[in-house]
Design a binder for this molecule. Structure first.
Ligand SMILES: Cc1ncc(COP(=O)(O)O)c(C=O)c1O
Length: 395
């Protein structure tokens, strides 16, 4: 393929970049990390407790339990809510792998359902209804990319069937359903602080959110080897006793320090993401090859969308990815394989292509474009021109 002038001269546009905003936040980050170094406690120390209080305040959660990743937060939430062997948990077929694997790791069985055709990429209540059995214990919708799943229909369904509603709200910081933060509409939810998230650390970190005292208490026990605290053991004297087999999922204080600094700018970052998302939509709506731009689904209540990811549906997606990559433009395909067809779930007798058409179409057509507060309008325009060049046959 012949190189164009743009290919040779343009600066690459990475899928994610936070160098500039990180540099401007550095003095505040350094104040928080200095605190950590002064105290010398690097894991599950006072900075982590400070972050838990700050996130509880930001979200309105009664309890925010810091852990090592969003994936750990899901496993711990499920176990703390009493989900285990013999239980089934209904999850969408279109999501990040951890939505399903966390259920398996809690010892239960993930049962898949389709997403809606509405463009919210959320779990479809009618599809959930069709897979409920006497073993179903919980429904776990996922809030993907920019908006909440239909929590009105899913809460009603969960209550009617006596099921727990748990939320994979790993991507949903800042999203609210009628004023209630994501993760707190059901019995509990999670946050992921993976670096690319709307609130991202400099490595892995996550949190369990809940209004339920018992779930919070059990989550705190499970993240720390199942320890019940320093208890009198009459055989061995005073020692740490574990009542359940928990794990080591403590958060690092250095990550908590970074997150505290970035939390102070979260609402500004969210507003900037929205401006950029609207600029993309203005340029890409109805453009050749672009099948859909994000549609914020109207609900009966206000639902505060937050653009964690700017996702379009396009024709010839994989060819477009290669074309953009050749021009130095980074993209991401969330999620190219539906969960029911992942190798570790594919041996189920009913799991075949065509079972969940909306989830499968999303896997084939969706593409995430660069979106982060540091992205400039000029770079955004370059991404859009490269897309229109591709569909016009200009290589
Ligand atoms: C929907 C969803 N669930 C779960 C996770 C897992 O979070 P983490 O990567 O922090 O383990 C993520 C993030 O990658 C996610 O996007």
């Amino acid at each position: 393929m012949a190189s164009t002038a743009m290919e040779n001269s343009a600066e690459p546009i990475p899928f994610f970049d936070q160098a500039e905003s990180f540099a401007s936040l550095w003095p505040l980050i350094a104040r928080h990390t200095d605190d950590v170094f002064d105290r010398g406690k690097f894991s599950h120390g006072r900075k982590v407790a400070e972050l838990e209080r700050a996130i509880a305040e930001y979200t309105g959660a009664a309890h925010a339990v810091a852990v090592n990743s969003g994936t750990d937060a899901l496993v711990i939430l499920l176990r703390a809510a009493g989900i285990g062997p013999g239980d089934e948990v209904i999850v969408p077929a279109f999501s990040f792998f951890a939505t399903a694997s966390s259920v398996s790791m809690a010892g239960a069985t993930p049962v898949f359902a389709d997403i809606t055709p509405d463009g919210d990429y959320g779990l479809d209540a009618a599809s959930v209804e069709a897979v409920i059995t006497e073993r179903t214990r919980a429904v776990m919708p996922v809030h993907l990319f920019s908006q909440l799943a239909d929590l009105g229909a899913l809460s009603e369904l969960s209550t009617r069937h006596g099921l727990l509603l748990l939320e994979d709200s790993a991507e949903a910081i800042g999203m609210r359903w009628d004023g209630t933060h994501a993760g707190l509409i059901g019995a509990g939810g999670v946050l992921s602080f993976f670096p690319t998230k709307t609130l991202g650390a400099l490595g892995d970190a996550g949190m369990v959110l809940t209004q339920d005292d018992a779930i919070a208490e059990q989550a705190a026990v499970l993240r720390h080897h199942g320890r019940m605290g320093r208890t009198i053991d009459h055989i061995a004297g005073i020692s740490n006793l574990s009542g359940v087999s928990g794990t080591n999922s403590k958060m690092d204080d250095v990550q908590a320090a970074v997150l505290l600094a970035k939390l102070s700018r979260l609402d500004v970052d969210i507003a900037r993401r929205r401006v950029l998302a609207e600029a993309y939509t203005e340029r890409l709506r109805g453009a050749d090859g672009v099948l859909a731009v994000p549609r914020v689904v109207e609900r009966a209540v206000p639902t505060d969308p937050v653009y964690y990811v700017y996702l379009v549906e396009v024709e010839r997606r994989d060819e477009l990815v290669a074309h953009l990559a050749a021009r130095g433009i980074g993209t991401e395909t969330y999620y190219p394989r539906p969960l029911h067809l992942q190798p570790c779930y594919a041996d189920h007798p009913q799991h075949r292509p065509g079972l969940f058409p909306h989830a499968e179409a999303a896997c084939e057509r969706t593409l995430a474009l660069p979106l982060y507060p540091d992205l400039t309008e000029e770079r955004l325009a370059t991404v859009c021109s490269a897309i229109s060049d591709f569909y016009a046959g200009r290589r």
